[in-house]
Design a protein around this ligand. Structure first.
Ligand SMILES: [Cu+2]
Length: 485
């Protein structure tokens, strides 16, 4: 079965993942030197497995692209094998595709080497890879194999029975009572052997399957608790094993929780959304009280049911989202300060979200419906009350904007930036920069009024998009309604 796993994973589409919730694909908008690329990485559903790579060159100046998978940190990050060429599409010369074997779970990056008129340049894109599911056996295949197995067992028993009873007989001769007895003993022994083979075989299969199951990534469910007042405590969950260091150890190591690195300046980004109306949304930054425990003062919040999504990044660049659902009473709370933002009276818009001071955020989409599993640029424009592009946008946590894509059932969550769906801490690691470097290097001195996010919906359904920008010293959130087919 193990050997089948890489093969089987190509047949089924992955529908679970890390970093985000049930949105495993990586979307990245970046530059390899002078070449502007839109990169989509589809990690395998089971590791070892094959990751699918799709790279679109925005300009027509790229003639060749090579791709290479590397571990994010450690010796594996430096010992590069030869890169594979990506295949250029015959119909669309700006589109390059390829596939890469990912051999171990954990934090990877895909090194992209683009060659064109302006020479050779490189871009590193983070790729977290985990096994997310054990593929069940197809019912038809199960029935076929059971039938063939029974035929083999019956054949084996029949051969041993006939051999013990009839082997010494001449043609046409009938077995004597002693030979019949020998035959019955042979039959009993053959049946016992076959039965034992079935039982032991089933145990072996079961232990292989459960060893494989143990390696599947489980979504961490943190435990929130509201202390008297407005302090929300979060106890992180750690259901997963660490990246393998040795081959199947007896006592598997857990993922560490004392190794978190800041992502755009904070160890945790906590998103709180009221369900099911999704008209209340906050983006807060809890402080670590001890490894595995965080706390944050809640703002003024109406009572209701809330979904919590907490983004953290490990020292390997491996991102996780811890989730929780909690019923909260009305919280008197504290005023939002610093990078904390949000609102409890958002009005989900189809196209135009109202901001304060008569400003608007306009989603520049066309009429075409969105298809699931396809990369898009989601473009938004911030306008003043006269419809002119806003000129006073400021970076919010070092970036032009932040977006959250959330399905209306709360099962799909992705935190995306103009550079894409990967954490900025992982981007810095992939490019060999310090993890703190993001604050300056990602800094847009004065973001333009036009913002775009590369993203693709992982499955059909209804979604909301929360877009956050900062202008005139104030962080504002626009909420939009989207649907994927
Ligand atoms: Cu963000």
């Amino acid at each position: 079965m193990k050997r089948f796993i890489p093969f089987i994973c190509i047949l089924f589409l992955p529908l679970a993942g890390t970093a985000h919730v049930n949105s495993p694909d990586v979307f990245f908008d970046g530059y390899a030197g002078p070449y502007h690329l839109l990169v989509t990485l589809r990690p395998p559903a089971v590791v070892p497995g094959v990751a699918q790579v799709q790279i679109r060159s925005v300009g027509s100046d790229v003639s060749e692209i090579k791709i290479l998978p590397l571990r994010m940190i450690g010796v594996g990050a430096k010992m590069a094998p030869l890169p594979d060429p990506a295949k250029r599409s015959a119909d669309d010369p700006q589109l390059f595709t390829g596939s890469l074997w990912i051999m171990v779970r954990g934090s990877w990056k895909v090194q992209i080497q683009a060659t064109g008129q302006k020479g050779v340049a490189q871009l590193d894109v983070p790729l977290p890879a985990v096994s997310t599911s054990s593929q069940p056996m197809h019912a038809g295949l199960g029935i076929l194999l059971a039938f063939l197995g029974l035929a083999l067992a019956a054949g084996l028993i029949g051969i041993i029975f006939a051999a013990t009873r009839d082997a010494a007989l001449n043609a046409g001769e009938r077995p004597a009572p002693a030979q019949k007895r020998r035959g019955r003993v042979g039959l009993a022994i053959a049946a016992a052997i076959v039965l034992a083979a079935f039982i032991l075989g089933n145990q072996w299969w079961g232990s292989e399957a459960s060893a494989n199951d143990r390696l599947n990534y489980r979504l961490p469910n943190m435990t929130p608790s509201l202390t008297p007042g407005s302090l929300l405590r979060l106890h992180l969950d750690n259901p997963n094993e660490a990246e393998p260091t040795r081959f199947r150890t007896e006592q598997p190591d857990r993922i560490r929780l004392d190794d978190l690195i800041p992502d755009h300046g904070h160890l945790m980004h906590l998103f709180i959304v009221r369900m099911p109306d999704m008209k209340a949304f906050w983006h807060l930054h809890p402080d670590q009280t001890q490894p595995g425990d965080f706390a944050v003062n809640l703002p003024i919040m109406p009572e209701g049911q809330y979904k919590l999504y907490a983004d953290i990044v490990h020292h390997t660049g491996f991102p996780e989202t811890q989730v929780a659902t909690v019923n909260l009473p009305a919280v008197t709370g504290e005023a939002l300060t610093g990078d904390d933002s949000g609102s409890f009276d958002l009005a989900p818009a189809d196209r135009v979200a109202q901001l304060s001071g008569g400003y608007r955020m306009v989603w520049q989409r066309d009429e075409r419906p969105f298809k699931a599993n396809q990369p898009y640029w989601f473009r938004f424009r911030v306008e003043d009350k006269d419809g002119k592009p806003a000129t006073d946008l400021e970076p919010y946590m070092g970036m032009a904007a932040h977006a959250v894509f959330l399905s209306t059932d709360g099962n799909v969550f992705a935190h995306v930036h103009p550079a894409g769906s990967v954490s900025m801490a992982a981007v810095n690691l992939a490019e060999g920069r310090s993890t703190m470097a993001g604050m300056e290097s990602m800094d847009h001195p004065s973001p333009s009024a036009e913002i775009s996010f590369p993203y693709g919906f992982p499955k059909p359904g209804d979604y909301r998009i929360f877009v956050q920008i900062k202008r005139a010293g104030k962080i504002e959130t626009g909420e939009f309604v989207a649907k994927a087919e």
